[in-house]
Write a protein that binds this ligand. Structure first.
Ligand code: GDP
Ligand code: MG
Length: 160
């Protein structure tokens, strides 16, 4: 009881410190922007359950501070991941192989005055690296946060 599901997918968040990984997960799982995200220590995962086509899809969303010093943690983090929300593509390709779906996120799009990636550069990069798509997101105002997770879940749902 209480823990039945049709699919279980492990989704990892990857990117440099401070890009907004933890805020992004929190926005998706709680619907709010948490200003005071503590720095992630080691590895953390959160469960979120979705309904797709009447099936229960459980997402295990992994978040890390990317502490490369802790090799064993990092290895466990990437192992058996089904999909990734990525900011740092090389790392994921090295450790998971080429063939899990990726979406590239340009987060903090609410801060347009300090934009560091143009949308056409983002789209171009995503295409060149065989990623599913590029999305401009904001953990702060919630833009495209649900979309990112639903896109991945739907893609996995189609393939598994
Ligand atoms: P992490 O190190 O990648 O997990 O990044 P955090 O989630 O801890 O966020 C780092 C900082 O960026 C924090 O001060 C957040 O409040 C801020 N931040 C995260 N996402 C956004 C966003 O979408 N917009 C804005 N304006 N700030 C954000
Ligand atoms: Mg974090």
């Amino acid at each position: 009881m209480g823990d039945s599901y049709d699919y279980l997918f492990k989704i990892i968040l990857v990117g440099d410190g401070e890009v907004g990984k933890t805020s992004f997960v929190k926005r998706f799982t709680t619907g709010h922007f948490h200003r005071d995200c503590k720095m992630t220590i080691g590895v953390d995962f959160t469960i979120q359950t979705l309904q797709l086509d009447g099936k229960i899809v459980k997402l295990e969303i992994w978040d890390t501070a990317g502490q490369e010093r802790f090799r064993s943690i990092v290895t466990r983090y990437y192992r058996d991941a089904h999909a990734a929300l990525v900011i740092w593509i090389n790392e994921v390709k090295m450790k998971c192989g080429e063939d899990i779906p990726h979406i590239l996120l340009g987060n903090k799009c609410d801060k347009l005055s300090s934009r560091t990636v143009s949308s056409s550069d983002g789209e171009c990069f995503a295409r060149q690296h065989d990623m599913m798509s590029f999305l401009e997101t904001s953990a702060k105002d919630g833009r495209n946060v649900d979309d990112a997770f639903y896109k991945l879940a739907q893609e996995l749902f189609r393939t598994y």
